[in-house]
Write a protein that binds this ligand. Structure first.
Ligand SMILES: Cc1ncc(COP(=O)(O)O)c(C=O)c1O
Length: 363
């Protein structure tokens, strides 16, 4: 009843089902990493000085930003840390888009952007992706006069389609508003797919990253972004005073430093992705982009996406079904461990075989 008028019809972000964690559940619906975080984190928590919790954390996550600066070879002043990249997205909208201004987003994309735009009273202009879900920069540019910002999730979610660095450069050369480039899944794409280096050339570019996916750390909520010092100083100005707690800063730093473990897990996820893709194709699914830790796929074997989803939920296997335009006939499957994917595939195999048998002529 005290709600602001423009929020009355806001639905809020809808996440996938988050069942209580237990070993009987196979959870492939939120693009979480199937492997545990680095064991270095456990070691450092064991040594953690409990007394330290009496004090406020570093307000700008200084030590963590130093660590990020070394790993990515970017100056500390060009880095901002947030309570998940979701917080950074909110701050970007708060800090850079006037009420009733407009931003451009490809459709489909990560739905939180639309929710946050609505909260800030910013209009969204959706540009339909092509038939194969690739993003057409020319289409974006042809609408861009009306907008002060463009959001590109790269690789895009939930499609897994990657835009090349060249295409993003082309966009940046033509469009002078703010470009928010969300690289939440970029570690799972080929090397050199990131546009991180472009922040030195384009003062209107923000590159977002997160520890939630490739570092197995969505439980601590730590995102970071890279941008010009001017942009970072605005984010610093409007953030909550101590937006990241002491333990999160500590865990994030340890997780980031364990490069060897990070690389091993990335390779495992990529290998399982290739296997899952091959098997899905054999089972009569069309598979879209192969650049993230999930696959979007469409059953073309006579089965219905929603029926498959419901059947799998009954088996305690959670994948993602989006009841929305262009996605309602598809499923998004996060890459799990090899064993989880084996179990998933055995169920899909059963469904496909049953379907084929029901169509065999009865002599
Ligand atoms: C494209 C994209 N950006 C950002 C996020 C949010 O990341 P975080 O956990 O850092 O808030 C997600 C989460 O699924 C995502 O898919």
């Amino acid at each position: 009843m005290f709600e602001r008028k423009h929020l009355k019809n806001l639905k809020g972000y809808v996440s996938g089902i988050q069942p209580t964690f237990n070993n009987d559940i196979i959870k492939l619906n939120s693009n979480e990493n199937p492997y545990p975080p680095s064991s270095r984190i456990m070691d450092c928590l064991k040594d953690f000085n409990f007394e330290q919790l009496r004090f406020y954390p570093s307000a700008k996550s200084d030590s963590l930003r130093e660590c990020i600066s070394k790993i990515y070879d970017v100056e500390v002043e060009n880095i901002f840390c947030g309570n998940g990249s979701d917080e950074i997205i909110s701050l970007v909208f708060k800090g850079f888009f006037e009420e009733n201004s407009s931003i451009i987003l490809p459709y489909p994309t990560y739905t939180l952007y639309e929710t946050i735009a609505k909260i800030q009273n910013v209009n969204t202009i959706f540009i339909n992706t092509d038939e194969d879900f690739s993003i057409d920069i020319d289409k974006i540019l042809s609408t861009s006069k009306k907008a002060t910002g463009v959001v590109i999730v790269n690789p895009n979610a939930p499609t897994g389609i990657l835009l090349s660095v060249e295409k993003i450069k082309f966009l940046l050369n033509q469009f002078k508003g703010l470009v928010i480039l969300d690289e939440a899944y970029i570690d799972f794409a080929d090397e050199n797919s990131s546009c991180l280096n472009l922040i030195k050339m384009y003062p209107n570019l923000i590159v977002l990253r997160t520890l939630s996916k490739s570092y197995s750390l969505c439980g601590i909520r730590l995102g970071y972004c890279f941008a010009s010092k001017d942009i970072i100083s605005v984010l610093d100005k409007i953030k909550d005073s101590y937006n990241i707690d002491t333990i999160t800063q500590l865990i994030a730093e340890e997780g980031l430093k364990d490069r060897a473990y990070f690389n091993i897990n990335l390779e495992k996820v990529k290998r399982t992705r290739i296997r899952l893709e091959n098997e899905l194709v054999n089972l009569g699914f069309k598979v879209y982009g192969l650049n993230a830790n999930f696959l979007l796929c469409k059953p073309e074997n006579g089965l219905e996406a929603k029926d498959i989803y419901d059947y799998l939920v009954d088996q305690n296997i959670f994948i993602r079904y989006f009841n929305q335009k262009r996605l309602a006939d598809k499923l998004r499957i996060s890459i799990g461990t090899g064993k989880e994917i084996d179990i998933l595939l055995s169920h899909l195999n059963k469904l496909v075989t049953e379907r084929e048998m029901s169509f065999e002529p009865n002599f």
